[in-house]
Design a protein around this ligand. Structure first.
Ligand SMILES: [Ca+2]
Ligand SMILES: [Ca+2]
Length: 402
């Protein structure tokens, strides 16, 4: 009977206690309580929880972990974000009511009260972070798409065009970056290859006159052009060197008056030979013309020079006859003599003294003859001799004055 009463009492106490602890407002000795059905419906809590500052220690010393935080529990907004991110919360997953107004209704995915100017992309799952990630992704994929196109265009040396026709602004910006980077790389690559092509072309041009563009260079306009440029440079240098060789040969022959125009060579070299030959011949001609010209000052009459080359003799004679200064000297010398003046060689006729003196004497002779004729006419036969003597005296006096 006693045993029965004890069991009944225990059951009553347990039942009563359970009912008492299920009350929504009160807390137990640990400072917490179970979540009421009403609270569960509101979304405020799910099970046993604490209030007012979170978990604490029981009198027995066991640590109680608070399963829920409020915005006031954090020292800084960065802490809020760190907590939010660590928990993996979002606009659709906010069991601690950090996002909205604590009413259990989720808000915009931004927990608590965000300070102005805060970088919202730091907050996991925020619209800003999602957008930022999308932009970064777009930027990267744009760059990946632009780079190979840039490399290709730079290599082909076409006009740079870093504009993407489609995609978001971030994609376009990434495209431009990738393209420009690639374009520069492509350009550097082709520049190096062109230098090589030019050098290969030059090497071929040093060996032969016929161009053979390697397959490696034929399909790229710039490479082809560089190869051709190098080739032509070498050929031109080679031709110029050979031309000079023939020109020098022609000059040597021309000086010897030996016209040995080379046979069986291209016209360009024949012409080079003739150019040298003609230059030498012109120089020779000038030499003999001058000799003849100078001789005209020293001899009264042309005399064939002691030369065995008829061409040289001809040039000598041409030079001799072209000397008109001699005519002037002759005339001046003659005039001086004819005037009965004393002999006086002007310095400008110094190199033609032979001519001058000869003509002076001719002039003087004429003068004297004239004087003689005049005297004879004036005095007749008898007194003539005296007058001739007088006239002679007069001439001497005049000569002394002169
Ligand atoms: Ca909370
Ligand atoms: Ca919010």
């Amino acid at each position: 009977m006693e045993k029965k009463v004890f069991l009944f009492t225990l059951l009553f106490v347990l039942l009563f206690g359970t009912l008492a602890s299920a009350h929504s407002g009160g807390t137990d000795s640990s400072g917490g309580h179970n979540c009421s059905e009403k609270s569960k419906a509101k979304g405020l809590c799910t099970g046993y929880h604490y209030h007012n500052g979170g978990g604490g220690s029981t009198s027995s010393g066991a640590t109680i972990v608070n399963s829920e935080k409020d915005c006031t529990d954090f020292a800084s907004y960065d802490e809020v974000v760190e907590y939010w991110n660590t928990k993996g919360y979002s606009a659709t997953n906010d069991p601690e009511n950090l996002d909205g107004w604590g009413n259990g209704m989720v808000d915009d995915g931004i927990p608590c009260e965000v300070p102005g100017g805060y970088d919202l992309t730091k907050i996991n799952n925020s619209a800003e972070q999602i957008q930022h990630k999308q932009e970064e992704q777009d930027l990267a994929s744009g760059e990946n798409a632009g780079y190979p196109n840039g490399v290709n265009d730079g290599y082909l040396e076409v006009t740079s065009n870093n504009v993407a026709s489609t995609g978001s602004e971030a994609y376009k910006a990434g495209y431009a970056t990738g393209y420009t980077k690639g374009y520069d790389e492509g350009k550097t690559k082709i520049t190096g290859e062109k230098t090589k092509a030019a050098s290969d072309g030059y090497a071929l041009g040093e060996k032969q006159d016929t161009i053979e563009i390697p397959a490696l260079y034929i399909n790229h306009a710039g490479l082809k052009q560089s190869f051709e440029g190098g080739f032509n440079k070498a050929v031109t240098e080679r031709v110029e060197a050979k031309k000079k060789e023939y020109k020098d040969l022609g000059y040597t022959d021309g000086k010897k008056d030996l016209n040995n125009v080379p046979k069986d060579i291209e016209e360009v070299y024949v012409n080079a030979y003739l150019e040298g030959y003609n230059t030498a011949q012109e120089e020779l001609k000038d030499e003999y013309l001058k000799q003849g010209y100078e001789a005209a000052f020293t001899i009264l009459k042309y005399t064939k020079p002691n030369l065995d080359n008829e061409k040289f003799i001809g040039w000598y004679k041409e030079g001799f006859e072209s000397n008109t200064e001699v005519k002037e000297i002759s005339a001046a010398g003659f005039a001086l003599g004819q005037a009965g003046d004393s002999y006086n060689l002007p310095s400008k006729y110094k190199n033609g003294e032979v001519i001058f003196i000869h003509n002076y004497e001719l002039g003087l002779k004429e003068y004297e003859e004239q004087q003689s004729t005049n005297q004879k006419a004036a005095v007749g036969g008898v007194g003539g001799l005296a007058l001739v003597w007088l006239g002679r005296r007069f001439y001497v006096a005049k000569k002394m004055i002169g």
